[in-house]
Design a protein around this ligand. Structure first.
Ligand code: ZN
Length: 235
């Protein structure tokens, strides 16, 4: 019988070995809104071993244009329950755990191969960055609003979110509720986070400290090397 993963196993950088690594991987996805929808569905369909989802919100009608897994029937229900249902329908082989609460440091542990930050809240992003750096857990930063998305893979040796945007200098980056969100930038940004995860989990390879900035209105794609700050307050 042909494996359901036949087409990705045929990619020479992945192969059967990469697929086996993916199937023994565990990730923590924080936030199952727009970015979390794409990240989770792509990794679950690709056959990740175990995925743990953290969220406490309910689905709203204004989510449906960009949070691709949710349907009209989900409005008013807990995102975690709806997400788990949709993901499990997509792939029954994947172990899916849910944690119904706001993010806090005690959710992190080194059982996770990777943490993926899919929140839309900068104070929480700084907390995730700090906690992951402290515990030496690799994580993937992602954010998007209006027509712009940004992603960066972060490890303990690379530039971190504080090196990129020092917290004390950031008044407020754009938020979806204020400046809107082009639904396709959510798909692109989430898919790039999932791509970074796929590469790392199947091959062990990654490029940390490289910020990718995408604009899906002007169609500018920029890759920026971010230096680790010698005076970074983290660690
Ligand atoms: Zn830093």
């Amino acid at each position: 019988m042909t494996s359901r993963y036949d087409r990705q196993i045929k990619i020479k950088q992945i192969g059967i070995k990469g697929q086996q690594k993916l199937e023994s991987s565990k990730v923590l996805v924080i936030g199952v809104g727009g970015l979390g929808s794409f990240v989770s569905s792509e990794l679950v369909k690709a056959g990740i071993g175990e995925i743990t989802l953290v969220d406490y919100d309910a689905v709203e009608l204004t989510n449906l244009h960009r949070q691709n897994l949710y349907t009209e029937d989900d409005v008013g229900t807990k995102k975690l329950n709806a997400m788990k249902h949709h993901l499990q329908m997509a792939n029954k082989e994947v172990k899916i755990n849910t944690i119904d609460q706001k993010y806090s440091e005690n959710l992190l542990n080194d059982n996770y191969d990777l943490v993926i930050d899919c929140t839309d809240n900068f104070p929480v992003k700084y907390q995730i960055n700090q906690d992951c750096q402290k515990l030496g857990i690799k994580h993937i930063f992602g954010t998007c609003a209006a027509n712009q998305g940004q992603v960066m893979f972060i490890d303990s040796e690379s530039a971190c979110l504080e090196c990129l945007y020092p917290k004390d200098k950031v008044a407020q980056l754009g938020l979806s509720a204020n400046i809107g969100t082009n639904p396709m930038i959510v798909a692109i940004t989430g898919s790039l986070q999932a791509s970074l995860a796929m590469k790392f989990l199947t091959s062990g390879k990654y490029n940390a400290g490289q910020l990718l900035v995408i604009d899906n209105w002007t169609f500018d794609f920029r890759k920026i090397k971010v230096s680790k700050k010698s005076n970074c307050p983290i660690k």
